[in-house]
Design a protein around this ligand. Structure first.
Ligand SMILES: C[S@@+](CC[C@H](N)C(=O)[O-])C[C@H]1O[C@@H](n2cnc3c(N)ncnc32)[C@H](O)[C@@H]1O
Length: 252
């Protein structure tokens, strides 16, 4: 992808999610309700429906409404008291708030997002949820603004498919993780036989479909970045041959 195409796509993504944050802030809801974000269909394959009632009870309404994910990474990451968690593309803050509650006052949950409107919404939601062990950082997931060896667990919910430079994202995750650190990621993943054109026929880039990696590409990318025990498991189909998936791995 040329630098110009990458810059244009990233700006399109930023604009789309700024609009989504504004829709929630102004009381209109988001995701599959408004067609403003990931997917845009009237299905429950994206968003708050993927969280348990108990988890939704722990969240302010606006955080649940702003949920644009394709899974529930906090359910797969097995977070422990005192851990440092980083959520890539934290959006309205849903997974950061849930993580902060899991790691408790001795732990920390960071959220990283490039969209000012999402960061403002997430900070408001965290204050409303009464969690203080959270930090929302502005930046891109291709250049994570944290030091090496500083994070126990990286989570992410339907964001890596939106990146214009996925190898850099995976290398950056490996850099910030402490030795033995792990990932628990939800993302849209294509079956291996779908070409890039076939993925693009099934949905847009900003809608979390066209930019999805295939299962084989995800595994190879993580292994190239230094991960081991890599597992990519499909959970639910979101388009023909494309799935919500859980991605787990650890750094050596
Ligand atoms: C589909 S939404 C998911 C939000 C959140 N994870 C959730 O589950 O509700 C994608 C989010 O990732 C952010 N994002 C997309 N690409 C990014 C990038 N390259 N760097 C940082 N943030 C990015 C967007 O601003 C948006 O908030």
């Amino acid at each position: 992808m040329s630098t110009e195409t990458a810059d244009t796509l990233r700006e399109e993504v930023r604009r789309r999610y700024a609009e989504a944050a504004r829709a929630v802030t102004e009381g209109g809801g988001c995701g599959y309700r408004s067609g403003a974000c990931c997917d845009g269909s009237e299905s429950a394959d994206f968003g708050e429906a993927l969280y348990s009632l108990e988890q939704r009870g722990e969240l302010p309404d606006a955080a649940a409404l702003a949920s644009l994910g394709c899974g529930n990474p906090t359910a797969v990451a097995e977070l422990h008291e005192g851990e440092v968690v980083l959520d890539l593309g934290s959006g309205g803050g849903i997974d950061v708030i849930l993580s902060a509650k899991r790691v408790g006052p001795t732990g920390v949950a960071y959220g990283l997002d490039m969209t000012d409107e999402m960061l403002a919404l997430a900070r408001k939601n965290a204050a409303e949820a009464g969690v203080s062990n959270v930090h929302f950082l502005k930046g891109v997931i291709e250049e994570i603004p944290l030091p090496a060896d500083s994070v126990d667990v990286v989570i992410s919910n339907c964001v890596i498919n939106l990146s214009v430079d996925k190898p850099s994202v995976l290398t950056e995750i490996a850099r910030v993780l402490k030795a033995g650190g792990r990932i628990g990621i939800s993302d849209v993943v294509a079956e291996d036989d779908l070409t890039a054109d076939q993925r693009a026929e099934r949905g847009s880039y900003v809608g979390c479909i066209a930019g999805a990696l295939s299962r084989g590409e995800y595994i190879a990318g993580l292994e190239a970045a230094g991960f081991e025990d890599v597992a990519v498991e499909f959970t639910h189909e979101v388009a023909d041959g494309m799935h919500g998936a859980i991605i787990k791995a650890r750094v050596a």
